[in-house]
Design a protein around this ligand. Structure first.
Ligand code: NHR
Ligand code: GAR
Length: 210
């Protein structure tokens, strides 16, 4: 059984989708812990209710980023993860932390990377006149939102869209592609080839949500 630890900062709907599909599709894996950087992260209650261990490492208690990263890694390593999953996790992680989990650390970002790394992606995409937006699951590297891409979803922009409406439609695709990427990960279906990710069964790494 592969061991998955999920990091959240808030609602945790991507975490829920992963927990649900891991169980319902009987992956050779289990979500062994959900860790948040804020005690008020709503997703913690869902995890606890599913019988999953939870932990909080409050970033505010650790003034230096490197100290927060070290404490976070100490708590995570107590759960001995094979895969570490950022799901709406809102703190930038330093190079030492990222290196420690290299090759087993995934993130989902609500844009079509490499466009719009960072925050407020939907507002920036609308302001730029983008006709399509989406989400990207990628391996995390020290460079923010720039690691090798595992799978992307594309969502057309509709007349009258605002960031909130757009984020709802993109989020629905996140709940499809993030569990998919993780199922590939825990079943050994991902290979890194010259800095690019290949799906070894030849399955499409693109979801188009018309
Ligand atoms: N860390 C590294 N090294 N590389 C990545 O690709 C990372 C990462 C940590 C988080 C998620 C990311 C996203 O998908 C992620 C990817 C937070 C910020 C941010 O600016 C940016 C990107 C992401 C997550 N955070 C502020 C900070 O100072 C705090 C914002 C807040 O607390 O609300 O850390 O978008
Ligand atoms: C998701 O849209 C995720 O892509 C995004 O935050 C939302 C979290 O929702 N992530 C980031 O913006 C990372 N900086 P969730 O908590 O319900 O999964």
């Amino acid at each position: 059984m592969q061991r998955i630890v999920i990091l959240i900062s808030g609602r945790g709907s991507n975490m829920q989708a992963i927990v649900d599909q891991c169980a319902s599709q009987a992956w050779p894996a289990q979500v062994v812990a959900v860790v948040a950087n804020r005690a008020d992260a709503a997703g913690l209650a869902y995890a606890a209710q599913r019988g999953i261990a939870t932990a909080v490492v409050a970033h505010r208690a650790w003034p230096a980023r490197a100290e927060f990263d070290a404490e976070l890694a100490r708590v995570i390593d107590g759960f001995a993860p094979d895969w570490l999953v950022l799901a709406g996790f809102m703190r930038i992680l330093g190079p030492a932390f990222v290196q420690h989990y290299a090759g087993r650390l995934l993130n989902i970002h609500p844009s079509l990377l490499p466009a719009f790394p960072g925050l407020n992606t939907h507002a920036r995409a609308l302001a730029a006149g983008c006709q399509a937006v989406g989400a990207t699951v990628h391996f995390v590297t020290a460079e923010l939102d720039h690691g090798p891409i595992v799978v992307q979803s594309v969502v057309p922009v509709q007349a009258g869209d605002d960031p909130e409406r757009l984020s709802e439609r993109v989020l629905a695709t996140e709940h499809v592609i993030y569990p998919l990427a993780l199922r590939w990960a825990v079943t050994g279906r991902l290979a890194l080839d010259q800095g690019r990710v290949r799906q070894l069964d030849g399955q499409s790494q693109l979801l188009i949500q018309a």
